[in-house]
Design a binder for this molecule. Structure first.
Ligand code: SF4
Length: 387
């Protein structure tokens, strides 16, 4: 019986299959789908008790049967998180530099057919925003843009990175896919990491969701984390947007993709995020909604099978869920996030963000929650001198 990802029950989900020939063998989830869909409680128990869990165990831990072991999975995930990351949760903040975008992703509030005015931060505004965030105590910042546009291309992004790197210990970027030498230029400007989500590993679904723009190129996006690491970035942030496709396909593919990169670029690292589709301008309703309970199971499965990989949870998720996951699988979180362009130094002109934030607590409230759980909020855990 299959997991019902929306409710945590046991009805069969719809399955959209793409042509597997367009997926490299080292990402193809096919070898493990039958196990993930049909694992017994014995399979799940064996996976949970495994001393060295790998792909087979990961698939079994995603199964409906493993859902019956969720509390035990949580305990193991918490132990592993504490062993590898201590009683800490690293904090970062996103800053949208620009909402210009040529893309047509159906699930995104910045898609080029959304009837909203567009803007980007000028240099003075950027400095004001960076100083405001620094004043709040942040030491890690994620700079975001949409697809490459004349208004916000590489030069604009590189200048933003350089400005941020003068103030923050860690600057990372979530923007359009680039060439290896372009990533190298961002490293030289002070960036240490790039987040680039595949969104979904289902090629047919991918094509339908990305209606126009460069992001339609599935293979190019698949190759981007490799170029990120080839370009000298210390960290490639990866993830799928849960809700777009069968989560078994996407999570198993993500696991295999991350393992492939870890083997090839062992000096660098990957981090994994678990965004779910949020309400957004455009009103897209995800065909494969993932319940809180199943999202927790996914996070625990990743922690158990990738114990030393940073796992990230953003303010897309509601406070109650985030509080429950902090230190129990998740070791890195954003807080005080705005998904509009700017809005930290002074209120954003446009209320339209990329998606609606679910956790809008301020940093003091969030840190008090962490401390109440015996967790230490960490603002800085990296310095250039260590590189
Ligand atoms: S997800 Fe990125 S590329 Fe797609 S519309 Fe939104 S900002 Fe543009």
């Amino acid at each position: 019986m299959n997991a019902d990802y929306a409710t945590g029950g046991t009805s069969a989900p719809p399955v959209i299959r793409g042509p597997r020939e367009s997926i490299p063998a080292w990402i193809d989830p096919s070898p493990w789908l039958a196990l993930a869909r049909g694992a017994t409680l014995t399979d799940a128990r064996r996976a949970l008790d495994s001393a060295q869990p790998g792909e087979a165990e990961f698939a079994a831990l995603l199964s409906s049967a493993a859902g019956g072991l969720l509390e035990e999975m949580a305990l193991r995930a918490r132990d592993l998180t504490r062993r590898h990351f201590g009683n800490t949760v690293s904090l970062y903040v996103p800053l949208y530099l620009s909402d210009f975008c040529s893309g047509g992703c159906v699930y995104c509030g910045f898609a080029s057919d959304r009837p909203q005015s567009r803007r980007k931060l000028g240099k003075e505004e950027l400095i004001r925003e960076l100083d405001a965030l620094k004043g709040m105590g942040f030491e890690e910042i994620l700079l975001l843009t949409g697809e490459r546009t004349p208004q916000a291309g590489l030069a604009y992004l590189r200048d933003g990175v350089a400005e941020a790197a003068r103030r923050f210990a860690a600057v990372t970027v979530e923007a359009f896919p680039m060439l290896t030498e372009e990533y190298r230029a961002l490293v030289d400007a002070g960036a240490i990491g790039v987040t680039i989500y595949q969104e979904t590993y289902e090629p047919v679904q991918y094509e339908q969701l990305h209606r126009w723009g460069p992001k339609r190129d599935f293979a190019n996006r698949l190759d981007t984390p490799t170029r990120v690491l080839e370009g000298g970035m210390r960290m490639a942030g990866m993830g799928t947007l849960l809700g777009l496709s069968d989560p078994l396909v996407d999570t198993i593919s993500l696991y295999r993709h991350a393992m492939h990169l870890r083997r090839r670029y062992w000096q660098s690292g990957v981090s994994l995020s678990f965004p779910r589709v949020c309400p957004q301008e455009g009103g897209y309703v995800p065909p494969f909604p993932v319940s809180d309970r199943y999202l927790a199971q996914i996070i625990f499965a990743f922690r158990i099978c990738m114990p030393d990989v940073p796992l990230v949870l953003s303010t897309r998720e509601a406070p109650g869920f985030r509080d429950g996951m902090a230190g129990v699988g998740i070791n890195k979180m954003s807080i005080a996030s705005r998904t509009t362009v700017g809005g930290y130094g002074q209120p954003a002109e446009s209320p339209d963000g990329q998606f609606h934030v679910n956790d809008d607590r301020d940093i003091e409230t969030f840190c008090a929650m962490l401390k109440g759980k015996g967790l230490e909020p960490v603002f800085k855990n990296w310095d250039k001198v260590y590189r």
